[in-house]
Design a protein around this ligand. Structure first.
Ligand code: DC
Length: 224
């Protein structure tokens, strides 16, 4: 049977990964968190002491960056050059680094190629910024998830606090506003809703309601 592709795009904190993870489990699909791949590149660059603003420096080490995605206990893990960095990529510093390196075309080419191969091999729910517009333009279902930036920042702040990170709400909000701006104004594959994507605003929805709404859209579009 041909693989089924569900593309979920939107700004950070809209609920993409939580919803995609949950529904992949329910549907038996593979969940692909493409942001984690950009984060892994960001982490590599930071660890090597290369400035994230040095495009030529970043591009020069791209071939050395070996990213492997695998699944353990139904969760996506990401290995960077053989080391499991699943948790190391979730800091505010690496969020910023990911956003910056994701603006470089050569970085995007490498990761989009990996993402397309995964989308051909498996039935996937893939989340990111350019899945419906660029990575999987023929996806069976395209959803654009959004919510007011203050709501998204509060969700991300609560998540980081729960993980024991030392951040303030104001910091998370300004970080998110900057990333929203950068991700949607960059030259290559900026964040935008695909013309044929269904937009879902999750600001006034609970997580359960958001999951149910996305589940309904998938069902209407695919009969699954
Ligand atoms: O979804 P996230 O917050 O983990 O993504 C981190 C950064 O990676 C985000 O600021 C923009 C970039 N990104 C991208 O450019 N394209 C994608 N498909 C996914 C993420």
């Amino acid at each position: 049977m041909k693989s089924v592709q569900v593309a979920i795009d939107g700004p950070s904190g809209a609920g993409k990964s939580t919803i995609a993870k949950e529904l992949s489990k329910k549907l038996g699909f593979v969940y692909i968190d493409t942001g984690a791949m950009y984060r892994a590149v960001g982490l590599y660059v930071v660890n090597k002491g290369i400035s994230i603003h040095d495009e030529a420096g970043v591009v020069a080490v791209l071939d050395d960056i070996d990213i492997d995605i695998y699944y353990k206990d139904e969760l996506q893990h990401i290995n960077l050059c053989g080391e499991d960095v699943t948790h190391l990529i979730r800091t505010p510093e690496i969020s910023m680094a990911a956003s910056k390196v994701s603006s470089y075309m050569k970085v995007r080419e490498k990761l989009v190629d990996m993402q397309r191969k995964l989308g051909e091999k498996y039935s996937v729910i893939m989340d990111g910024r350019d899945i419906g517009t660029c990575v999987l333009p023929n996806a069976n279902v395209k959803i654009y998830l959004t919510a007011d930036v203050k709501v998204r920042a509060k969700r991300r702040f609560d998540e980081l606090i729960e993980k024991g990170q030392d951040v303030t709400y104001e910091y998370v909000l300004s970080d998110m506003e900057k990333r929203d701006y950068d991700d949607s104004h960059r030259e290559h594959s900026p964040l935008r809703r695909a013309d044929d994507a269904i937009e879902l605003d999750t600001a006034d929805l609970t997580l359960e309601e958001s999951i149910a709404a996305v589940r309904r859209i998938i069902s209407e579009r695919t009969g699954i």
